[in-house]
Write a protein that binds this ligand. Sequence first.
Ligand code: MTE
Ligand code: MO
Length: 380
Amino acid sequence: DPFINDPVRDPRLHQHTSRPCNAETPASHLSTFITPNHVFYVRNHMWVPSPPPNTTLTIELPSGDEISIPLDDLKTKFPQHTITSTLQCSGNRRSHMTKACTHTSGLQWKAGAIGTATWTGPFLRDVLASTGFPIANPPQDAKHVQFVGHEAYGASIPIDKALSFSGDVILAHTMNSAPIPPDHGYPLRVVVPGHVAARSVKWLSKIAISDEESTSQWQRRDYKSFGPNERGLEDWSKAKSIQEMPVNSAVTSVVPLPGGGFVVKGWAYSGGGREIVRVDVSTNGGRSWDQAVLKEEQELGSSSKHWAWKQWRYTIPSYTISDAKSKSENLEGKKKAKMTLVVKATDEAYNTQPEKFEPIYNVRGNLAVAWHRVPLSVEK
Ligand code: MTE
Ligand code: MO
């Protein structure tokens, strides 16, 4: 049984499948800046491998030469850095696209295939430099850095991201100050901040510098997106692999206040280290807007860019939430009404989310970033 090493999981995780484990962070844990390890979403394509205790990391250079670095050396012989980075699956919010449009293939994630942690380890560029690879002047044929996991998952990133001084790509052995848990890549995981989480390969066993992208299905297929017309006509060889994610946001909790009114909370995130600069909220389906309050959290460690999501909150006074199923009616002077709460975020490049899912529909259900709409029944 290949799943023999799979850990016991927190029952609060919202499980979509168990073998392999795919489980999302419960809404109750999506409104804190740091997502605790035990409720951090899990996206496994296979089983959880258990690499041998004295495992090494293999690095293959363009020449074909291979160098092995013991795990201990990665912890002791290189400067250690801590960055705070959100990881988001390309399929996060896929169920919202499915509901608005039609069938999409893949796990029907709600808004919880996302989480934020601090990650500690050496920078990938320092480790590559230690092999003699010329990081300041890489050869022409060094175009991609490929990663391979112990269970055979693989993916790659463009070499610029790996070598950049503001790329912050880390070979992490520590997640939120604890050894990376088995589900999240123990003992070693590459964290590629600002890129789709599919590139942050867990249980890392090998790195190869190459003139081409990883040949894995997770690089050449799956994590790509298409036009709404390409249903059944996807040309995988032409579509670009997803790397940086577009701006996205979601409502994660609606909580009544003791004196009436309620508070709405959620997250907003953009790829590429682009900071979230504004979150707009509408209580009438998008006809008029107000601004949510962004929580100014200290990003821990030495992040070069805004790799982490922002939490936001918005208070709606004078309404109380009533039974979601009740129709509009007048009851003892109280007016019941339907309200459509909407959220959209804007990043520092002034990219913002599209209003509707239809124009961004793709049969894979990737990059589901349209406005998040939440219907509520309220009483005035
Ligand atoms: N790495 C390996 N080795 N195997 C995997 O199945 N899944 C990828 C990525 N890295 C995966 C992997 C995908 S698609 C995502 S969304 C993230 O890991 C999920 O990371 P998490 O389980 O720590 O949240
Ligand atoms: Mo993913």
